[in-house]
Design a protein around this ligand. Structure first.
Ligand code: NAD
Length: 511
């Protein structure tokens, strides 16, 4: 199939069903009446069955029962299940990658990269299963010892977004399971097949080890399924990834019942390009971060803040690179930019481009729909670069599509101010050869984001580092060496072996 031809419905549907079956998905699930479309051609991947809010209540009940057994399994044995899950993911990497491409339109190499990230977090969690350390401390009282112990929280609800339809669940699940929690997943409504396929592989690993099946469950459906998880007091923690709009609804509702939440929300990520930057490297870093995944990563670069002495040259080179970008069928060899997820994303992109122009911006490349005609429900666009006179309102908003705004600066301090002057705080980058600039950017006077990079773009994180951001990005952190603490509760223990009962702070309460 050529990149410039959109594949037929039958061929995609067959591929989806074959890959799902090989991963062990129950064929009943992919025989429902709920429409399910692929962004590749806008046509049906076959009907599916959605769950109900009653299914959520039942899942929480069963998850709690499973938790009562799972928490007693020693952590290294829980790690062995995750090890087996990682092996199964490796075996079915292509199947899962295909499903990710079919359901959300990622190009093959990025879809396989997403599955690789799942395998990586499994490796990470296996090591972690022998490293759930607590500390001990000295007591102010003679014959006493202080220490902390860590315990699983219980049922963890995971709500995930369409653009990382499986990796985000695995970041949460591999770590939560090793910690002794059980997990209920509400995947994106765009991606039920890859969710069921991933969960089927985990179920196989659980079954082989004799673990309770309900340690991992999936309920597919729309926001109402997410809301039921959010409001259910049997769910100890809700880890929710998606838009800031969603986080604004979820955060207060979980807090209202004193549940724990982990929020991974929208970004509006900038790169500052200093006059000393290596422009060849900078260009490559910007194009991958801004146009990769068709601009649909939370870490997508949305703003370039370039020094006035190089901004024109950089913009010209971006135009040349963007004109050459191979756009088309994400499953075809050589494609770098696949489709937008749906028509609403295309409409949001066009609305943002209009607003930017009204604010004095000039589209220097892209923005137009390509490949599919107006009648097709598939939306391929050439990623856009817009030269902006200032950081107007539209630039401060996250438009989940490939629109890159280019701004300029004179003083480095002004560039940092622009970097930080948006409501979101996920990822940021500085391209420079100037060590002092680099140190300032990494310091408390620099970028206010959760991810701050030097000479590398804003996207493409590794699981070894903590992932997440500040402000409207929600403050959550996943992955990284201490993320496990978020999935456990901590108890402080004081042990008295003195035979006396001295009180702390010298309090006298003799009776
Ligand atoms: P979305 O907010 O529309 O949906 C995300 C998930 O939340 C879906 O499963 C959806 O059904 C569910 N949901 C929506 N409203 C809900 C509610 N009121 N209660 C409970 N659940 C609800 O997001 P999307 O379009 O799927 O994904 C794109 C967004 O996600 C972007 O804003 C992107 O930046 C963000 N994102 C953030 C991260 C991160 O780690 N910070 C990662 C991926 C995506």
């Amino acid at each position: 199939m050529s990149r410039n031809q959109i594949p037929t419905a039958e061929s995609l549907q067959q591929q989806a069903h074959d890959a799902a079956k090989r991963c062990g998905v129950d064929p009943e699930r992919i025989a429902g009446d709920r429409p399910h479309r692929s962004p590749i051609n806008g046509e049906s991947l076959g009907g599916i069955r959605w769950g109900t809010t009653d299914d959520v209540d039942e899942a929480v009940r069963r998850s709690h029962q499973a938790f009562l057994q799972w928490r007693k399994v020693p952590a290294p044995q829980r790690g062995a299940v995750i090890k087996r899950f990682g092996e199964l993911l490796t075996e079915h990497k292509e199947d899962l990658g295909t499903l990710v491409s079919l359901e959300v339109g990622k190009i093959t190499s990025e879809a396989l990269g997403e599955v690789q990230e799942m395998i990586d977090i499994c490796d990470f969690a296996v090591g972690l299963s022998r490293q759930l350390y607590g500390s001990t401390s000295v007591s102010e009282r003679p014959g006493h010892r202080l220490m902390e112990t860590w315990h699983p929280l219980g049922v963890v609800g995971v709500i995930s977004a369409f653009n990382f339809p499986v990796a985000v669940w695995s970041w949460n699940t591999a770590v939560a399971l090793v910690c002794g929690d059980t997990v209920i997943w509400k995947p994106s409504e765009q991606a039920p097949l890859c969710a069921w396929a991933s969960a089927a592989l985990l179920s196989r690993a659980l079954e082989e080890s004799g673990a309770p099946a309900d340690v991992s469950q999936v309920v597919v459906g729309g926001p109402e399924i997410g809301e039921s998880l959010v409001d259910n007091s049997g769910v100890a923690m809700v880890s929710a990834t998606g838009s800031t709009r969603m986080g604004r609804a979820v955060g207060p509702r979980v807090a209202n019942r004193f549940g724990r939440s982990l929020l991974e929300l929208g970004g509006n990520n900038a790169a500052i390009v200093s006059p000393t930057a290596d422009l060849d490297l900078t260009l490559r870093g910007i194009v991958f971060a801004a146009a990769g995944t068709a601009g649909q990563r939370c870490t997508t670069m949305r703003r370039v803040i370039a020094h006035s002495s190089i901004v024109e040259e950089l913009t010209e080179r971006l135009v040349e690179a963007y004109e050459r970008l191979p756009i088309g069928d994400p499953l075809a060899h050589g494609t770098l930019v696949g489709p937008l997820v749906h028509g609403d994303a295309y409409a949001a992109m066009q609305a943002a481009l209009e607003k930017a122009q009204a604010a004095g911006g000039k589209i220097v490349v892209g923005g137009e729909r390509v490949l599919a005609d107006e009648a097709t429900d598939a939306y391929y666009v050439r990623p856009a670069v817009v030269r902006m006179p200032e950081q107007s309102e539209v630039v401060t908003q996250e438009t989940f599509a490939p629109v890159l705004y280019v701004l300029d600066y004179e003083e480095f301090a002004d560039a940092i101010a622009l970097n930080n002057d948006v409501p979101q705080g996920l990822s940021s980058a500085l391209f420079t050869q100037d060590q002092a600039e680099s140190e300032i950017y990494l310091s408390s006077e620099g970028s206010d984001c959760g991810i701050v990079n030097i000479n590398i773009g804003t996207s493409g994180a590794e699981i070894g580092g903590a992932f997440g951001g500040e402000k409207e990005t929600g403050g959550g952190r996943e992955s990284g060496f201490d993320a496990w603490r978020g999935y456990m509760r901590r108890a402080t223990n004081t042990i008295n072996y003195s035979g006396e009962l001295p009180l702390a702070q010298g309090v006298d309460f003799s009776v």
